[in-house]
Design a protein around this ligand. Structure first.
Ligand SMILES: *[C@@H]1O[C@H](CO)[C@@H](O)[C@H](O)[C@H]1NC(C)=O
Ligand SMILES: *[C@@H]1O[C@H](CO)[C@@H](O)[C@H](O)[C@H]1NC(C)=O
Ligand SMILES: *[C@@H]1O[C@H](CO)[C@@H](O)[C@H](O)[C@H]1NC(C)=O
Ligand SMILES: *[C@@H]1O[C@H](CO)[C@@H](O)[C@H](O)[C@H]1NC(C)=O
Ligand SMILES: *[C@@H]1O[C@H](CO)[C@@H](O)[C@H](O)[C@H]1NC(C)=O
Ligand SMILES: *[C@@H]1O[C@H](CO)[C@@H](O)[C@H](O)[C@H]1NC(C)=O
Length: 446
């Protein structure tokens, strides 16, 4: 049996270089709620789940919370149950397991001989990064090409950070192959791994990629950033896939599977070129991805951000709040504006309670969860109450439960909120990177 720590999985790139400068730009394109017929995907890979991460992360997160300063970091510094979605990736002929993340853009692997650090940058044994392999060895790949005088440098919302080298190699995910994909090769990792995955597949926009000119990561910033096409963007450009969309269906895992096995093999699908193969209802909507503007006057796409028209739960009066909301497979819970979280959590029977030390709403495991939905593009998407109460084992082996919907910070225009796996368990999200729109399709209840 694996001890589950009270931890956050917030694999969401921290957009440090521009964090203070980005402004939400509203797209004028109207949503379309006419039912969308998306083709079946030619490339499909199953998702599996691996639960435990190092319990050291709990303490590290607490420490980090005190240091959080940017609004991005503050917004996402919650704590929650660990859960992540993994799949297989082949790089240069070698197979690895990697996290599937729509909240960041770089695809990276640990490189053999990497150095491991704690989140406060203290060197620790390599084993303590808990990667699932010794890492990728570029010298064993016939197709690898290095990208000299550049560096890979990324920080995630939960305090993890990585630096390393950059190269190109043949990458295959779900049968879809890109022959010259830019990837990060991690040589320095502050990473609280899961003992299964050795890297991550970033599916968000080129504007969020994290490769820089020069070999010294300490000099990295907006002026030496070398943006590039992430895996799926390359696939579309290389015409390796006909339709420019990918789709995710994340199944909710079972507590029994999570607690008693290391891998839950049946956690949904990542699909390329069509919709993920799960049953959907006729309820769907296509909405524009919301872009962001930098102070330099340029605007672009970074995250898969959408406008949420209103939050719907008993007593909410279908309230609209400021700020954008991203669809992020790499974040377990929903992080909604403070007031929405407070009111929603008060509606559990008995009410959920906020624990200041853990910065988390806890709830009775036998509580009744209130109805909850988010209206997007005029269509209401309901979250199954099953997703609103997450059991985990605390340090003493007792089962305790946390709320699936947590405080993501004040409802301010520049804040970014998250619809994470709590929400995504209930829909299929299909991301069109050419049209910059997202089709959200309601799943048949399961
Ligand atoms: C979304 O993109 C598709 C192209 O795949 C396009 O046909 C459709 O009009 C777009 N929908 C909206 C609402 O913009
Ligand atoms: C790597 O994964 C692919 C696809 O899952 C599989 O066909 C192949 O046999 C695997 N190769 C090795 C060396 O495990
Ligand atoms: C990196 O910067 C140097 C110096 O400004 C420049 O000569 C070089 O072309 C840049 N490299 C890339 C890949 O852009
Ligand atoms: C790059 O890494 C250094 C530490 O090695 C860090 O101080 C810096 O903020 C990072 N820059 C970016 C853009 O992530
Ligand atoms: C980018 O700006 C930083 C800080 O202004 C500077 O130290 C660094 O040398 C610059 N990097 C490049 C590649 O120009
Ligand atoms: C895990 O397995 C043990 C031993 O079979 C059992 O007692 C326990 O109830 C299981 N836990 C869950 C959550 O199903």
């Amino acid at each position: 049996m694996v001890q589950k720590a009270l931890l956050s999985l917030l694999v969401l790139a921290v957009y440090s270089a521009y964090a203070a400068e980005i402004r939400h730009v509203r797209s004028s394109r109207a949503p379309s709620s006419s039912p969308v017929e998306l083709p079946a995907a030619p490339f499909v890979v199953s998702l599996t789940d691996k639960v435990p991460r190092s319990s050291a992360k709990k303490q590290a997160l607490r420490e980090l919370r005190g240091r959080a300063s940017s609004s991005q970091t503050a917004t996402i510094a919650g704590s929650d149950d660990d859960e992540e979605y993994l799949t297989s990736i082949t790089v240069g002929g070698h197979n690895f397991t990697a996290i599937v993340d729509t909240g960041s853009s770089d695809t990276w692997l640990a490189q053999v001989g990497f150095s491991c650090f704690s989140l406060d940058s203290t060197p620790i044994p390599a084993a303590d990064c808990f990667f699932g392999s010794a890492g990728f060895d570029p010298s064993t790949s016939k197709s690898f090409v290095s990208f000299p005088d550049t560096n890979f440098n990324i920080s995630y919302g939960d305090g993890e950070f990585l630096t390393g080298a950059v190269g190109f190699d043949t990458v295959t995910i779900g049968g879809l192959t890109v022959t010259h994909q830019e990837i990060g090769l991690v040589t320095h990792a502050a990473w609280e791994g899961d003992t299964v995955s050795s890297g991550l597949i970033g599916l968000a926009y080129p504007g969020l990629t994290s490769v820089y000119n020069g070999s010294n990561p300490d000099l990295d910033g907006a002026n030496n950033s070398l943006l590039y096409n992430p895996f799926f963007f390359s696939a579309v450009q290389e015409k390796a896939v006909k339709e420019p969309f990918f789709s995710v269906a994340l199944n909710r895992g079972s507590f029994a599977e999570e607690t008693n096995s290391t891998l839950d093999p049946n956690l949904g699908f990542l699909a390329f070129g069509g919709i993920a193969p799960v049953e959907v209802t006729k309820t769907s909507v296509t909405v524009p991805v919301q872009g962001f503007e930098t102070t330099s006057g340029t605007s672009g796409f970074f995250f898969y951000a959408v406008d949420v028209d209103s939050w719907v739960f008993p007593g909410s009066n279908k309230r609209h709040t400021a700020g954008s909301v991203i669809l992020d497979t790499g974040t377990t819970l929903n992080y909604v504006p403070t007031q929405i979280a407070a009111e929603f959590n008060s509606k559990f029977k008995p009410p959920a309670t906020f624990d200041e030390d853990e910065d988390t709403y806890f709830v009775d495991c036998d509580a009744t969860a209130p109805a909850f939905s988010a209206t997007i593009g005029g269509v209401e998407f309901t979250v199954d109450p099953k997703d609103q109460i997450l059991p985990f084992l605390d340090d003493t082996g007792n089962v305790v439960c946390i709320s699936g919907t947590q405080d993501g910070g004040p409802a301010e225009a520049d804040n970014i909120f998250i619809l994470g796996d709590t929400f995504l368990h209930n829909v299929v999200a299909t991301f069109n990177i050419a049209e910059n729109n997202i089709t959200i399709s309601e799943r048949v209840a399961y």
